[in-house]
Design a protein around this ligand. Structure first.
Ligand code: PRP
Ligand code: URA
Length: 215
């Protein structure tokens, strides 16, 4: 996993399987069913990287032969927080890796004219101050949605927050880092720029529409 000096909060997941699958995602010919499967698989592979430094604690375990000491992830259950809608596509893949994780939801959409986030739903498990949160959204474009989602989580008491996305624009990474420098961002691709409509270039188009077959 790479860090870039330009963006100290960014962690680029360079694994060949992730890069291969992101290329398939970008392809405009990729149909909805495959697109959904790819988002699910990439999210799982990214979660493997993003959980690499979770703290462990010693626990006793009895094998069929003797007692020994094992290690388990310590603390309260990890909490996944997809940003609706497109973040939903990343949940199941990560749950296959961390089946005990809790799932909260943040509802946000970008106003088409202003590109400002409009929030409409917030529900996360209690004990927020004791949990590690993974905010999920395939796209980090202007960064408005990510900044707003993280701010809502912090208002509810959360302090340990990571952001997992598939494709990021430099503008969004900077905006999120300026507002929340404590939030590490994991992404599979750092793209070139935003177009005037706020879409990432080269990007993959509208992630929500491609996941759910809407347009
Ligand atoms: C997309 C995407 C992010 C947001 C990113 O959602 O899934 O949530 O845009 O853009 P930003 O970084 O400029 O805020 P959208 O608003 O299209 O909503 P949807 O998932 O309901 O389609
Ligand atoms: N949201 C998307 O779904 N795609 C983009 O390129 C930008 C925001």
């Amino acid at each position: 996993m790479d860090t870039t000096p330009r963006f100290p909060t960014l962690r680029l997941v360079q694994h060949p399987l992730v890069q291969h699958k992101v290329t398939l995602l970008r392809d405009q010919q990729t149909p909805t069913k495959i697109f959904k499967e790819l988002v699910d698989e990439i999210a799982m592979l990214m979660a493997y990287e993003a959980t690499a430094d979770l703290p462990l604690e010693a626990v006793p375990v009895e094998t069929p032969l003797e007692k020994t000491e094992g290690r388990q992830v310590s603390g309260k259950k990890l909490t996944l927080v997809p940003i609706l809608r497109a973040g939903l596509g990343m949940v199941e893949g990560i749950l296959r890796l961390v089946p005990a994780a809790r799932v909260g939801h943040i509802g946000l959409y970008r106003d088409h004219d202003t590109l400002e986030p409009v929030d409409y739903y917030f529900k996360v498990p209690g004990d927020t101050s004791e949990r590690d949160f993974f905010v999920l959204d395939p796209m980090l474009a202007t960064g408005g949605s990510a900044v707003s989602a993280v701010a809502s989580l912090k208002r509810s008491g959360a302090s340990r927050i990571r952001f997992l996305c598939l494709v990021a624009a430099p503008e969004g990474v900077k905006k999120l880092a300026d507002a929340h420098p404590d939030v590490i961002v994991y992404c599979a691709a750092l793209d070139r720029e935003l177009n005037p409509q706020g879409y990432i270039l080269p990007g993959l188009g509208d992630a929500g529409d491609r996941l759910f077959g809407t347009r």
